[in-house]
Design a protein around this ligand. Structure first.
Ligand SMILES: [Zn+2]
Length: 346
């Protein structure tokens, strides 16, 4: 399956290269740089670039304890879906031996900049596109099929985040075999923590009656998570344009909130929404505005400034707002498996 996906990308790149001016400069045009299997080996420090902070944190857990350098590109607290990299990000990308991105069309401008600046032998690994076949991509209100951008938020679903970590381990071990045993040990420790978080979320979810496991969110970052834990995403408010919904859409949502009997509507800290506030006020349903999909908790260096900390925060918020018992989650250890030395732009 992985090989087939890699070939699809390779074929797509050859087609693109054929009709545009210059992407391929050396003779090895049959090898796509969009590939989670490196073609070179590095003995010294590996230079890694990443995009959004949760992915940076996952990579930092796998590559930590080696002499690798890890640089995130997307500043925390910005809209990653519309993010345009700065010209100075080209420097980070041209120095990278590997660029880990989410894929599923989340970071196209950054991917384009990476493709234009990548050094020979460097690769761009699309983690999400690598682990999920296209026929399993989820399209919804905020990410409609006709828009061509699937819902990209695989990392809010623990089993998929664990698969991201496994892809990173395999790639880094092939690229930098000297440190393969460190990558393997880091992965084992990280996977155990992800499993513990996953089990705790399942336990916490079980404290909410089935018919109340409904999510109405502003920014729909929980599509794959919802399938995994058995939640029903009854709606998302943010249109694919990232504009506010129309008055008609707001009226429909108010009706939907009243009819569905949801206990809470969930906003996003990155996308403050007066509309959601209005819906909460008009329906009497609790409005929770603190969920976050790619802005880690606290500041770099803080104990919960990690993928694990971010997910636990979101899960506890959801469980408690829906009337459940989050105590199983509160005892989960969300510390990184190794000191996080990545750079997170703010
Ligand atoms: Zn998002």
């Amino acid at each position: 399956m992985k090989l087939r996906i890699a070939y699809v990308f390779a074929a797509a790149l050859v087609v693109t290269a054929g009709c545009s001016s210059s992407p391929s400069e050396s003779g090895d045009s049959e090898v796509s740089p969009i590939n989670c299997v490196p073609t070179t080996v590095i003995d010294g420090p590996v230079n890694i670039a990443t995009t959004v902070a949760p992915i940076t944190s996952i990579i930092a857990n796998i590559a930590g304890g080696t002499d690798a350098t890890i640089n995130g590109i997307v500043p925390e607290g910005t809209n990653s879906h519309t993010f345009e990299p700065k010209p100075s990000d080209a420097v980070t990308l041209e120095q990278a031996d590997v660029v880990f991105i989410n894929g599923l069309v989340l970071e196209e401008p950054t991917k384009e900049l990476a493709l234009a600046n990548l050094k020979d032998g460097a690769v761009i690994c699309e983690l999400g596109s690598q682990i999920l076949p296209e026929n399993e991509y989820i399209y919804d209100f905020s990410f409609p099929l006709e828009g061509g951008k699937p819902n990209p938020h695989l990392w809010t679903n623990p089993p998929m985040a664990k698969e991201y970590a496994a892809v990173a381990r395999d790639l880094l071990s092939a690229l930098n075999p000297t440190n393969a045993s460190i990558f393997a040990a880091n992965y084992e420790a990280f996977a155990a923590k992800v499993d513990a978080l996953d089990a705790a979320m399942a336990t916490a979810t079980a404290t909410i009656p089935q018919d109340q496991r409904n999510l109405l969110t502003y920014h729909d970052a929980y599509a794959y998570f919802a399938v995994h834990y058995g939640y029903n995403v009854i709606g998302a408010i943010q249109p694919s344009s990232f504009d506010e919904p129309t008055p008609k859409e707001i009226a429909d949502l108010i009706t939907q909130v009243r009819e569905s009997g949801v206990k809470a509507v969930f906003g996003s800290e990155v996308f403050p929404s007066p509309v959601l506030e209005q819906i909460g006020a008009e329906t009497g349903v609790r409005y929770v505005d603190v969920l976050r999909d790619d802005d880690l908790i606290g500041e770099p260096g803080d104990a919960e400034h990690s993928w694990l900390g971010l997910m636990r925060f979101n899960y506890v918020t959801m469980i408690e707002a829906l009337g459940g018992d989050a105590s199983a989650l509160k005892t989960v250890d969300v510390s990184d498996v190794v000191k996080d030395s990545a750079t997170y732009p703010q």
